[in-house]
Design a protein around this ligand. Structure first.
Ligand SMILES: Nc1ncnc2c1ncn2[C@@H]1O[C@H](COP(=O)(O)OP(=O)(O)OP(=O)(O)O)[C@@H](O)[C@H]1O
Ligand SMILES: [Mg+2]
Length: 359
């Protein structure tokens, strides 16, 4: 397995700069997920790592060696594309063997690698079939199998599950995580699905507009988002945001509603305009004080309930209630902060004033 480093990667198309100096270190065996909205540069970065695209500036290092001038085939990588394609006229076995025959590997070695990948991905019984005779998930496994047989130093995945239905995505997600553990492989996985990022990554790299907004473990990003963008991107249902004014560090006021206590003191100055961010599970119903509002809709998930509330000032909140609730539409409620509150400076993009958790 290999390590990867990006140093000041810049990519421009004409006058348009789409990657703005990205630095990143990926350790041997690490599972790193690039996540971010459409057009933020995920595929471009992956293609630069793969050697399918050239940066206008910066270096790509594999195992500490600069590989900018090495062709894709010489970098020891294997990639599954956003829209992967199997050869329709070839059997699964031939699809798996194709790249290896081009490498002029011995027949016995090719057979060994196919047998191993097929066993690992549970497609042994499909080797004689053609892609047209496979389900979507089976085709996906074959596409992944092609990368496994190449025994690359780094696996690159560009939204490999985007063509699958919801149930299959969940299943393949689990299989890919298991594959990573078995192979102890270095993997870089691109997605715009924050759930995939949260569940599979050792480390998530959040990109926006060709820049790294934050990189860290899933729970670090969840608990300590560096700014409002990361806070809103990671977590589902997403974090609630309210425009508010800090009062003496331990209370916050939203419009002319009663002030709400914060679970921990904040390093804000009295009267400072902030954006309050609270995750749905960190809001709760209180008997008195709290923010007055009305229940819009209750979604019963069985194990938990999502309660959508409109506050007196028209702002909307989502609460995640453990278990089942008897609340119903139109019911007046009062809402307090029961868990971590995050305060962000009003200017979008600026880092959190401080993310606070209850003592
Ligand atoms: N060949 C190209 N010529 C001009 N602009 C390009 C080219 N390839 C990509 N771009 C632009 O670069 C930006 C990043 O594109 P990229 O494909 O990396 O986004 P992405 O994060 O993979 O998005 P998605 O989630 O939609 O796949 C976009 O604004 C895109 O329009
Ligand atoms: Mg893409």
């Amino acid at each position: 397995m290999s390590s990867l480093a990006l140093r000041g990667i810049v990519r421009e198309f004409g006058h348009l700069r789409v990657i703005h100096g990205v630095d990143l270190d990926v350790a041997e065996g690490e599972f790193v997920v690039f996540v971010g909205p459409s057009g933020c540069g995920k595929s471009t970065l992956l293609r630069i790592i793969a050697g399918l695209d050239q940066p206008n500036g910066g270096d790509v290092l594999i195992d500490g060696i600069r590989v900018n001038d090495r062709r894709a085939a010489e970098r020891g990588l294997a990639m599954v594309f956003q829209s992967y394609a199997l050869y329709p006229h070839m059997t699964v076995r031939q699809n798996l063997a194709f790249g290896l025959e081009n490498q002029r590997l011995a027949k016995a070695e090719i057979d060994r690698r196919i047998a191993e990948a097929a066993r690992m991905l549970q497609i042994e019984h499909l080797l004689a079939r053609k892609p047209g005779q496979l389900s979507g998930g089976q085709r996906q496994r074959v596409a992944i199998g092609r990368t496994v047989t190449r025994e690359p130093g780094i696996f690159l995945f560009d939204e490999p599950l985007s063509n699958l239905d919801a149930e299959l995505r969940v299943q393949m997600r689990v299989e890919l995580s298991a594959l990573h553990k078995r192979l102890k492989a270095t993997m870089i996985y691109v997605t715009h699905d924050q759930t995939e990022a949260m569940t599979m990554a050792d480390r998530i790299v959040v990109l926006r507009g060709g820049r790294v907004e934050q990189a860290g473990s899933p729970l670090h990003l969840y608990n300590h988002p560096a700014n409002r963008f990361v806070a809103g991107f990671i977590g589902s249902p997403r974090m609630n945001f309210l425009e508010a004014v800090a009062q003496g560090g331990s209370t916050i006021r939203v419009d002319d509603m009663p002030p709400v206590p914060l679970p921990a003191a904040a390093e804000t100055s009295d009267g400072e305009a902030v954006t309050l961010g609270v995750r749905p599970e960190h809001l709760g119903f209180v008997a008195e004080d709290g923010l007055p509002g009305t229940v819009d809709i209750v979604e019963h998930m069985g194990g938990e309930s999502y309660v959508y509330v409109t506050l007196a000032n028209g702002a909307r909140l989502t609460l995640r209630n453990p278990g089942q609730t008897a609340l119903h539409s139109g019911e007046p409620v009062r809402i307090g902060i029961s868990g971590a509150a995050h305060l962000f400076s009003r200017a979008e993009g600026e880092p959190a004033i401080a993310a606070r958790r209850p003592a």
